[in-house]
Design a binder for this molecule. Structure first.
Ligand code: ATP
Length: 238
């Protein structure tokens, strides 16, 4: 579903992502972990086609992000760490706007909005303007807008930040459900306990380079993910 080959991205002289290769298959939940400034957001944005890159290739469902960004964008949803929403719209208006962009039928969007809004306890707030929402409510709305078109590939940057415990729980259930239906999920997190429990596979990035990747069992062995992460950081003198 996502194949990153030798991705390199520089900002001026800063090499933010350095020769990174990764493959995510349908049905997989793939966690992406690394220190602040390691290159996670840069990688995710490059995969979404919103950040040009210097070298390498990114394929979404076999389609090149650089050569055919529109076809890729039809298949993906991206939730940034701090989603910018159209604050003057109500929640319903925003969701309808996103559903229009993705060509979702009226009936299907109604079913999905009802279902996901209920799951995230947001139903009563959708008629209100987004500028009255708390940070967590905006985060939930951004998640709803991603789920509304059932993306083949869902990418999220720190999706659990700001969510209350029941919303976090719902998000984990919905992530699992989406993958059972054949989609794939690639997300960054600093919450290693969540990554350890939720992810089928994990990649650890340090200074723009991938230092470990593979199935959770292969990467962490008998240790905890936190122990493995800290050990890798120590080796680098981080
Ligand atoms: P965090 O966990 O703190 O969100 P991250 O792993 O997502 O970090 P990135 O945001 O990808 O890290 O940043 C990787 C590197 O690229 C950092 O050194 C950062 O300073 C640099 N960087 C990111 N965006 C820019 C930019 N627009 N201009 C210059 N340098 C940038």
């Amino acid at each position: 579903m996502l194949r990153i080959s030798h991705l390199t991205k520089t900002y001026g002289t800063k090499r933010a992502v350095d020769d990174l290769s990764l493959h995510i298959a349908p049905g997989e939940i793939y966690g992406f972990i690394g220190h602040n400034g390691a290159g996670k957001t840069t990688t995710l944005k490059a995969c979404c086609g919103i950040l040009p890159f210097d070298q390498g290739e990114i394929l979404v469902d076999g389609i090149s992000v650089a050569e055919n960004p529109l076809e890729c964008k039809r298949r993906i949803a991206y939730i940034p760490d701090n989603p910018d929403l159209y604050e003057f719209l109500t929640g319903y208006q925003y969701l309808n706007f996103v559903a229009d962009v993705y060509g979702i039928t009226k009936e299907l969007r109604r079913q999905r909005i009802d279902h996901y809004a209920e799951a995230f306890s947001l139903t009563g707030d959708l008629s209100q303007p987004i500028n009255t929402y708390s940070h967590g409510m905006k985060q939930k709305l951004a998640i709803l807008s991603a789920l509304i078109h059932q993306p083949r590939l869902l990418m999220m940057d720190e999706p659990f930040v700001g969510l209350d415990p029941s919303a976090s729980h719902q998000l984990k259930l919905l992530m699992r459900q989406l993958c059972q239906e054949g989609s794939a999920i690639f997300f960054s997190t600093h919450v290693l306990e969540v990554a350890e429990k939720l992810c089928d596979k994990v990649a650890i990035i340090r200074g723009g380079k991938l230092v470990a990747s593979g199935s959770m069992e292969d990467v962490k062995g008998d240790a905890s993910l936190e122990e493995v992460f800290l050990e890798l950081a120590e080796k680098a003198g981080a």
